[in-house]
Design a binder for this molecule. Structure first.
Ligand code: MSP
Length: 696
């Protein structure tokens, strides 16, 4: 009889930059689910990949002096290496630049056009001539360009549109009648209330303003814009052909059982995607789960903030893996991510969990159990059937843990499932304390009882390790190989006593998780973060030199790692974006007075200010600092007109090494505050202090 199938996908990631631990979370969680389903007896198809087209990538590549393809090839290479390192067991990796995808997408677009669901229209918006950008009403800031703050004019761009509106009643009905379709279920209501019931507008699905995309087959000055290209990966990856010649893989695995995605893209997966599928007359995915986000925290705080390069708080899975090992990273991200609320990650929390859960609970248990078998019985583990009062409870707890793990995995509560697996190890440690093997060993009359105790512990480890395989595959394999045990299928995990009595375990158990000292880890983290900062600053300087639109490290011009590659639609509408965390003040590490004393802050008087040609953000200032006059470039244009600045006294960092910004040498930095809306205010003295006066 053929096995039941299970098709699971991750989002396809933007290769605009290297992927961070948040992206790794999603892929590791999907991997754990895929592995678990395989272990449960399913024929699994697990697809991941990269979403490689779009204006942002085109621009990034140009800034890096590469073709878009060269640029994405380089990043995608890193993504594939990362998944290999993390032991991701995907069955296929789809890139949207592959011919198999591009051809299939063109056919899909053609089909939708031929049947009248795509039509040509005009995309009306607000045009900012210097930025060459279109904006929608809701995107404008005070009626002006949200990028440069200049006036915008009404303009039209030719575009193809998809008739989302036609399908609105069907998708509303589907969501209402399939309470399991959107997970967590609270999100379903959000989709209905916020997007569907107020009415769906047709969706622009092509662009003429950039060229890095799949050409519209019958009108190649248009490229297919974002969602038809990206979402269809889930079917093109299975070999879907809109002309009716799909690969057998498609018939075997479609509809998907689960699209695992982050909460910021739920709308696209539960409204646009099902509608495209309805239009193609294909069945809808069974479930879409929008997981929360992983945020970073300072120290052991549980208050997370969004990761961003400019804050220097982006954590990468490979850096973590270098310090803790791959399985510890897999453990950590799964364990720390709740089902609905955001999870928090920091180096310090990682050390804490590593020591308490992995070194103490799991590593110690394995080593102690195997060492005792060696010490008392030359490594031979035998079930002598001499039971004791606590044996039943051990067995029941373990069998219950197997059941709970399975239930939690079915409910997509991966963290709870992992916690249930660890219940096995916790209970086994307690069993050692209760049975006191070292006491039994002193009494020859208790030899058979001791043998049974060692057997029970080994059997518990055999089941625990088999169950752990989905989450920590290397660790599971090490434990099983040290026990010379078979990995159990899920159906055999609730059958106590399958470990073969009389087996000899290894005589040299490894230390699976060497305890870590936080101070030592933090020394390494300091190096990693310093390297990241240096890289970020070098990149900023390079961008500034390459383009007069430089952001150049000025505090008013920070680039957000998340926003880097995101199409405007996500950022603008970011339905479930974790906006509440952004305002959380970021905590930098504590510094000594000596550290602070290195910074030379002085009063400067602005003598002259002018715009930097072509730059959206920068003003060029002549600032008198005591006897000298300095040129300083500052990203404050959004909030100040040059003429308003002349004569103002401001606070400057006087001993900052000069650096080139937008082709000009900037000799210092002006200190300013920036709020969450990007409004900037210069710091000025409350009295007319002389220029050059020291601040401190
Ligand atoms: N390319 C689109 C997805 C298209 S799917 C047809 C995209 N790419 S992305 O690279 O920006 O994001 C991919 C996924 O990573 C999203 O699901 C997003 O939620 C997730 N994450 C990005 N940052 C994250 C965290 N900090 N934590 C957890 N997941 C996060 O969107």
């Amino acid at each position: 009889m053929s096995k039941p199938t299970f098709y699971i996908t991750t989002p396809i990631y933007y290769p605009s930059d290297n992927l961070h631990i948040g992206h790794a979370y999603c892929t590791v969680a999907a991997d754990a689910m895929a592995r678990f389903k395989r272990q449960t007896g399913y024929d699994v198809m697990f697809l991941t990949g990269t979403d490689e087209h779009g204006q942002k990538i085109e621009k990034k590549a140009a800034d890096a002096g590469m073709s878009p393809k060269q640029y994405v090839d380089h990043i995608v290479d890193g993504v594939q290496r990362l998944w290999k390192l993390m032991n991701i067991s995907h069955d296929d990796f789809i890139r949207t630049t592959e011919p198999r995808h591009e051809k299939a997408v063109q056919k899909i677009f053609q089909k939708l056009y031929d049947q009248g669901d795509i039509y040509k229209g005009e995309y009306e918006g607000w045009y900012c001539p210097p930025c060459e950008s279109f904006w929608l009403d809701r995107q404008l800031k005070d009626g002006k360009c949200p990028d440069c703050g200049r006036p915008v004019q009404k303009a039209k761009e030719e575009s193809y549109f998809f008739r989302l509106s036609k399908y609105a009643p069907r998708i509303i009905e589907h969501i209402k009648t399939h309470p399991d379709f959107i997970q967590p279920v609270s999100r379903a209501n959000e989709m209905l209330q916020n997007f569907l019931l107020p009415g769906l507008e047709d969706l622009a699905v092509s662009r003429t303003s950039f060229s890095w995309g799949i050409p519209v087959p019958f009108d190649p000055k248009h490229v297919i814009y974002v969602w038809i290209d990206a979402l269809t990966n889930y079917i093109t990856g299975l070999g879907y052909d809109a002309d009716g010649n799909s690969d057998p893989m498609f018939d075997k695995f479609w509809p998907a059982d689960l699209h695992l995605i982050g909460k910021d893209i739920i709308r696209f997966h539960t409204i646009y995607w099902p509608i495209f599928l309805m239009s193609l007359d294909l069945p809808l995915p069974k479930k879409v789960f929008g997981h929360p986000w992983l945020l970073t925290a300072a120290g052991k705080s549980q208050e997370g903030i969004k990761m961003s390069k400019s804050r220097g708080n982006v954590i990468y899975a490979d850096d973590l893996a270098k310090l803790f090992g791959v399985d510890a990273v897999r453990f950590f991200v799964i364990h720390e991510m709740p089902y609905e609320n955001d999870g928090v990650i920091s180096w310090e929390l990682m050390v804490e969990r590593y020591n308490s859960m992995l070194a103490n609970i799991l590593g110690n248990l394995v080593k102690r159990t195997i060492s005792m078998s060696n010490k008392y019985f030359d490594g031979v583990v035998e079930d002598k059937g001499v039971t004791g009062p606590m044996d039943e409870d051990l067995k029941n707890t373990i069998l219950q843990a197997v059941k709970t793990t399975s239930e939690k995995m079915d409910q997509l509560r991966v963290a709870d499932a992992l916690t249930a697996v660890f219940d096995i190890f916790r209970r086994s440690n307690k069993y050692i304390d209760e049975t006191e093997p070292w006491v039994l060993a002193k009494d020859p009359a208790q030899a058979d009882r001791l043998k049974t105790v060692m057997y029970n512990l080994t059997e518990a480890l055999n089941i625990g390790a088999s169950l752990l395989e989905s989450f920590m595959p290397e660790t599971a394999e090490s434990i099983l190989s040290e026990l010379h045990a078979e990995k159990r299928a899920l159906e055999d995990m609730d059958r106590w006593g399958l470990y073969k009595s009389g087996t000899k375990v290894t005589d040299a158990p490894a230390t699976l998780f060497e305890r870590k000292k936080e101070e030592e880890v933090m020394v390494e983290v300091e190096k990693i973060e310093a390297a990241q900062r240096a890289q970020y600053e070098a990149q900023q300087a390079k961008d500034a030199a390459a383009s007069s639109e430089a952001n150049a490290g000025d505090q008013a011009a920070e680039t957000d790692a998340e926003s880097d590659g995101m199409p405007e639609e996500i950022l603008e509408n970011g339905d479930c974006a974790p906006d509440t965390h952004i305002a959380t003040p970021e905590a930098k590490p504590e510094i000594t007075f000596e550290d602070f004393d290195k910074v030379e802050l002085r009063i400067g008087k602005i003598l002259h200010a002018e715009e930097v040609p072509k730059s959206k953000k920068l003003l060029k200032l002549s600032v008198q600092v005591g006897a000298e006059t300095r040129t300083i470039l500052s990203g404050i244009k959004k909030s100040y007109k040059p003429e308003d600045l002349v004569g103002k006294r401001v606070m400057i960092v006087a001993n900052l090494a000069p650096r080139k910004i937008a082709g000009e040498e900037s000799q210092g930095m002006i200190v300013a505050a920036e709020d969450d809306d990007g409004n900037i205010a210069l710091m000025t003295p409350m009295a007319k202090m002389p220029s050059g006066c020291l601040i401190g």
